[in-house]
Design a protein around this ligand. Structure first.
Ligand code: SF4
Length: 376
């Protein structure tokens, strides 16, 4: 079977007990009937009490602290320690890896939700490289069928995202316009491609965006609302307590503080964020690569780009709060935690977020000005 992987794929390994994040926290891990039966019988049924079942099937009940009850104190899985890797569920075994199969080839993906995957984005030069290889077919691959047009469009989107000389927010903005055109099947795809790979098209979009004036109080109130609304359902969860709770005072200052002071610090923060430009390029390219099934389904590409914009706005807005909270400094650890926190929240239930975008397309967040306020 032909395989495609990001060049760093084979270097990745899970940090296990060395990970400061514990990726399965706050999850509800579903088990198929075979896995549930295995968990019930292992160690004479000692694990049976960790499983709950309802009309949606069996799943592991996480404890009040948001952790899997089978985790040991040092963050290892007791099931693996006692019974080996074959004993655990597919999702526990695979994550953060997953495989998509189409046209008799398999793509190997690594999720943006893993902080260790994101750490490769800090140490891997842009552009992200991909490598073809040959391997045995991965049996749990998600089998799909995509049109050639949308596959071309997806790889051209990767190339647009890798225009490293442009600021990230401009690239994402261009990508959304490109997504709308590329899944408009009344247009010839070659024409769409030519249009977006011409310097004057990119320059025209760039200049039109630069000409839109900022509205500072609107920008701050939109960021405040976005961060508040998206974290509402996470309140009380372990990851929220780890990453968001301590930023509440800074969040309140977005709307209740001195607008000029906050905005002048936003400018300083933006300059500081430049050092992570390559990180965010990799993050967005990996989003385009891993969400092939969403991007290549007709009609969802532009919505997937809107979801990416929201995700970036949440990450950037929350990093801004953290930067202020921590004396105008931003550690790489904070960057990894907050980026993987939102990736887990949004990308792991991407269809829910695409539905949200579709049902709220007149919301101010989803206008051109809204994108600019949130991302610029
Ligand atoms: S976040 Fe990544 S490195 Fe950490 S435990 Fe999960 S898979 Fe392993």
């Amino acid at each position: 079977m032909k395989t495609l992987k990001p060049a760093y794929y084979d270097d990745f390994y899970c940090l296990a007990d060395k990970c400061d994040y514990t990726c399965c926290m706050d999850w509800g891990i579903h088990l198929n009937p075979e896995e549930a039966a295995r968990y019930r019988t292992l160690a004479d049924g000692a694990y049976a009490s960790y499983i709950t079942e309802d009309e949606r099937g069996a799943r592991i009940c996480f404890n009040e602290d948001g952790l899997c009850p089978m985790l040991t104190d040092n963050g290892l899985c007791s099931l693996v320690l006692k019974h080996g890797m074959d004993s655990i569920s597919n999702i526990c075994d695979d994550y953060p890896r997953f495989v998509t199969e189409y046209s008799n080839q398999q793509e190997y993906h690594l999720s943006n939700g893993c902080r260790e995957v994101l750490s490769y984005f800090l140490k891997t030069p842009v552009p992200m490289r991909f490598a073809w290889g040959e391997a045995e077919s991965f049996p749990r691959a998600d089998k799909r069928d995509f049109s050639d047009r949308m596959m071309r469009a997806r790889w051209d989107a990767v190339a647009l995202m890798q225009l490293s000389e442009l600021p990230i927010w401009i690239r994402v903005f261009i990508l959304r316009k490109y997504a709308l055109d590329s899944h408009d099947f009344s247009k010839d795809y070659d024409d769409v491609q030519k249009k977006y790979f011409r310097g004057d098209t990119i320059l025209g979009i760039y200049q039109s965006l630069q000409a839109v004036p900022d509205n500072l109080s609107m920008k701050l109130s939109m960021l405040h609302q976005l961060i508040t609304d998206f974290n509402e359902s996470a309140k009380g969860k372990r990851a929220y307590r780890m990453h968001i709770e301590m930023l509440q005072d800074e969040l309140a200052r977005l709307v209740g503080g001195d607008v000029d002071e906050v905005m002048s610090s936003w400018d300083d923060f933006n300059s500081d964020m430049e050092k992570f430009r390559d990180f965010f390029e990799h993050f967005c390219v990996n989003y385009l690569y891993t969400h092939v099934e969403v991007i290549c389904e007709q009609g969802m590409f532009a919505d997937a780009m809107t979801v990416l914009m929201l995700e970036l706005a949440l990450i950037k807005g929350t990093l801004f709060l953290a930067w202020r909270h921590e004396g105008r400094k931003l550690s790489e650890t904070r960057l990894l935690h907050i980026s993987s926190y939102y990736a887990r929240m949004i990308e792991h239930s991407i269809m829910v977020h695409i539905e949200f975008v579709r049902n709220n397309d007149s919301h101010p967040w989803f206008t051109d000005a809204g994108y600019l306020y949130l991302l610029r």
